[in-house]
Every structure is written in C-alpha cells, then in structure tokens.
Design a protein around this ligand. Sequence first.
Ligand code: UT7
Length: 329
Amino acid sequence: MASIRAKITGVGHYLPEYVLTNKELEEYVETNDEWIKSRTGISERRLLKDPDKATSFMGEKAAIEALEDAGVDASEVDAIILATVTPDYLFPATAALVQKRIGATKAFAFDLSAACSGFLYALSTGGTMIESGRAKKVLIIGADKMSSILDFTDRTTCILFGDAAGAVLLEASDEDDGIVDYVHHTEGDEACMLYQPAGGSKNPATIETVNNKEHYLRQDGKSVFKKATEGMADVSLEIMERNGLKAEDIAWLVPHQANLRIIDATARRMGLDKEKVMINISHYGNTTAATIPLCLYDWKDKLKKGDNIILSAFGGGLTWGAIYLKWAK
Ligand code: UT7
C-alpha cells in the first residue's frame, strides 16, 4: 500500500447550452421518444453548436471550475491528463491547448485515448503519479464533442451521444482516503466493434473516406451492449472482492452512462439499491469521457468524507475498468 494517496479535492464540469431532445431527433431519423427512452434511458443530450468551439473549450471550462472548487491556482498544477476521442486536432494534444488557456504554465500535458473508459484510465494514471511522489497536483479532464463524429442520418448511433466535459483535481493526501485501488482491462481483438474508421494513419482522409462516411463513429451496438453488460459488472465485482467490500459498505456507484439497462444490470449484480447509483443519462446521454466526472459534479453536495465509492466504465478498445476511492472532501 502506497503511503501517499491521491485524493479528489475539486470537481468541475461544462455542458453546452443547446438541448437536443428525442423529439427533435425524430425530424432527422426514423425514431421516436418512446423507443429511445425505453432502450437507452435517454431523453435529451447537449450539443456544442458553435462551430468555432471544440473539445478544448469544454475541457478548459471544466478545469477552471475544478481548480476553483479546490481553491488551487492553475500555476500550481504539475500535470494535465485529458481523456478524449474527439481531440481538437490529432496533434498537438488538446491537453496542451487547455494548459495554455488556463495558465498552468509549469504543468506538462497530454491526451489519453481510452474512449468511454478514458476518464478512469486518466484518473488512475494521475493517481499513480501522485502516489510515486513525482507530482503533487494533477488535473484530470474527460471531454468529448461527440457531435463532431456523429452521423445524424444513422439512427443506431446519433441518438446515443452528447457533448460535455468534466474535470477533477487530484492532490496528495497523507490520510486514509482518496484512490485506494483500480482494475483496468483491454481486449484489442474487438477494437473495431466501436471505432472511427478513417482520419488516422491507417485510413487518412480522402474524398472516398468522406463520401463513405468513414469519419463518423461506427458501432456494433448489440455486441457492445453484451460485452459492456458483462464487463462493467464483472470489473465492479472484481474490485469489490479484492478489497473485501460488500454491497452495504458501498455508498455510491458511479457508472459510465451509456445505457440505463447496462447501469441497472451492473447495480443488480453488485447487490446495490438504486438509491446508491448515480444516474443522469436521461439529460446528457453518453458523453464518453465526461460521464463519470459529470456524475461526481451533479452529486458532489451529497458526498460525505469517507464514503466508499466505486467508479466503473466500459468502452471502445475494448476497454473497461473500475476504481475504488474513499471520498476525501
Ligand atoms: O459507451 C460504451 C459503448 N456503447 C454502449 O455501451 C452502447 C451499447 N449498445 C446499446 O446501448 C444498444 O445496443 C442500442 C441502444 C444501441 C440498441 O438497442 P438494442 O436493444 O440492442 O436494439 P437493436 O440494435 O437490437 O435494434 C432493435 C430494433 C431494430 O429493428 P429490427 O431489426 O428489429 O426491425 C433496429 O433497426 O430497433 C431498431 N432501431 C431503432 N428503432 C427506432 C435501432 N435504432 C433505432 C432507433 N429508433 N433509434
């Protein structure tokens, strides 16, 4: 057990103003409010409509709010890790753009790509940097402008996602709180079950890739659903078991918000009552790397020091994982 722990001392978020309702989606694709709500739990999602604004804009807003919440100046931050699959550019890193705009002059900054598990991978990476003693304050941001890779003529994907950002500040703790343990998994065999076919070095942009709509997200929804339902529950049970946690020891489950049925199945297998599960998918949809910090933001006034919290996610890669932390604020 590390003698230094990494604890969350500030939480921030950003949600674009524009609300895209299920009703409005009925104008673009053959779908309906009842189908979307019953199959996914989603009623509406936010879109960043301003064409001049991208993922870094949302990440910057969430980061500033997290720093304010922690009472820490940006100049004190040692590192910034930004999880995203919709970076402003393939390079430079979106984290570098945020670093400049918030004035975190001494921080080194990089992006991390692990799709819907990105925030958890970033949180454990930042936490480990603090536990090692090399960093004292690390900003973790999950931000995605999913609307930039959505095909609004494909009803199987465009109804699912939204735009948003969430951020937390991690600081060193010498108390018995903060991040206690994490488990992460990757199954590269199934990398193309959920992916963006073109735009990278394998299929650089051409007229054909654009005409074939290969710059949009593609998903084998049914297969991902099956994998996610098993994976998120399995990894949540794995982290409970290896830390000797029973359902009654857990104050909150913070699940990735991809589908209400996946969340319900995970909570059921963990033996948790619904009151202990953070769910806001109805208003924001799946915001990829932002779902978990958005939940922490929405619930932050209900969290108590010492609460045992399990964060759990599943996403493209395939990637999945869980983090056990004791709330420190
Ligand atoms: O963030 C991590 C990764 N993502 C996920 O975890 C998402 C995983 N997948 C899912 O959440 C679900 O698979 C979906 C919500 C995407 C789809 O739900 P489903 O219950 O698996 O539906 P389905 O794909 O089996 O489709 C059932 C029917 C099909 O019609 P037929 O073939 O039975 O006639 C679809 O064409 O529903 C149809 N359908 C729709 N109908 C109305 C598919 N999308 C829509 C739609 N509106 N938007």
